[in-house]
Design a protein around this ligand. Structure first.
Ligand code: PMP
Length: 351
């Protein structure tokens, strides 16, 4: 006997990137945005303290309307949660529990954890030799989840591939979940497909594109029937996932599209400049449609390079999974920071 449930003891929890408290780093290990949120966020938050006496709007109405407006969908197609991690968790419970879910072998490492938590049979499909997602391999007889662009590779699948998967899943009465955490940095999104496929669920976050990782806001877009299922799970768990500050901040942030576009353009410029510098030095770097680069830092294990960067005040992410061990995931900082980081990588990586 133990105090803990078998569930608690049996889980292999997700391990998030370090949030250091000891010193100032160029912090490129959790894909945060290097720029602050829109100044309108600060304005929206001012004076809200007295209202915190009251529970928030559980349907996040103003935020859902703003998200709908910016994405060209209807508010009843939008569901909001406490970070996209929570939205993903609700989606696993709502659409995958008790079923076999297929996902790329290399993708967001939270998916297998949610699968374990919610009794989902999680079946993985290896990436192809060029690190792209094996679309045909994923198309079997049940639901599919993938990040597009994928993480931590950064590689992007065009909309036509998503369409094929949505149609295939539809024919098997199954949901296709596309995690678009990084879509703001990619050439296109699957949102136009929502008009055609009632089994497509697109999940987004405010953490990267809108510089609100500290606020914890994510959302899903899909057919109202899918949104209703997410709501059922929410109301079986926590009716108020988004507090008043988060709703106000996210609403202000998403409506300031000009600011977001300017920050996104700078992140993309830093990404392309950094990638070119590394390629010119003979370093292998995957093409990226995200706010990070996946850099091959060692033939076998990039751990020593990660630690050497840390000594120089630069934090990047290294994954322990066998296939990912030669690589480092480097989030984009400011252009100035990235020149320093690219210099350090060129110096430290053995070619
Ligand atoms: N999806 C992917 C692919 C991610 O990389 C992340 C960031 N760790 C998330 C979802 C979660 O983002 P958040 O919970 O901050 O919205």
């Amino acid at each position: 006997m133990a105090y803990e449930s078998e569930l608690a003891l049996g889980l292999t929890p997700y391990v998030a990137g370090e949030q250091p408290k000891d010193r100032q780093f160029i912090k490129l290990n959790t894909n945060e945005n290097p720029y602050p949120p829109s100044p309108r966020v600060q304005e929206a938050l001012a004076g809200l303290a007295p209202s915190l006496r009251l529970y928030p709007d559980m349907e996040a109405t103003a935020l859902r309307e703003a998200i709908a407006q910016v994405n060209g969908v209807r508010p009843e197609q939008v569901f909001c949660g406490n970070g996209s991690d929570e939205v993903l968790a609700f989606a696993f419970a709502a659409f995958f529990a008790g079923k076999t879910l297929r996902a790329p072998e290399v993708t967001y490492s939270f998916y297998p954890v949610y699968a374990q938590l919610f009794g989902v049979h999680y079946a993985t499909v290896p990436l192809r030799a060029d690190y792209t997602v094996d679309v045909d391999g994923l198309m079997q007889d049940g639901p599919v989840a993938l990040a597009n662009p994928n993480a931590p590779t950064g590689i992007f699948l065009p909309m036509e591939a998503i369409r094929r998967m949505a149609a295939h899943c539809r024919a098997h009465d199954a949901v296709l979940l596309v995690d678009e955490a990084y879509a703001a940095f990619a050439p296109e999104t699957a949102v136009p497909l929502l008009r055609e496929y009632d089994n497509l669920l697109i999940v987004r976050t405010f953490s990267k594109s809108h510089s609100l990782a500290g606020m914890r806001v994510g959302y899903a877009m899909g057919h109202p029937r899918l949104v209703d299922a997410l709501r059922r799970i929410r109301d079986a768990f926590n009716s108020y996932p988004l507090d008043r500050l988060a709703q106000a901040a996210a609403t202000a942030a998403i409506l300031d599209t000009g600011y977001t576009d300017r920050c996104t353009a700078r992140v993309i410029a830093a990404r392309e400049e950094t990638r070119q510098t590394l390629l010119a030095a003979g370093i292998t770097v995957l093409p990226s449609a995200t706010n990070f680069l996946f850099v091959k830092a060692d033939p076998a294990d990039a751990g020593p390079v990660q630690r050497a960067l840390r000594e120089e005040g630069i934090l990047v992410r290294h994954f322990s999974a066998e296939k990912l061990r030669p690589w480092l995931r480097v989030s984009m900082g400011t252009e100035e920071e990235m020149r320093r980081v690219a210099g350090a990588l060129v110096r430290l990586i053995r070619k």
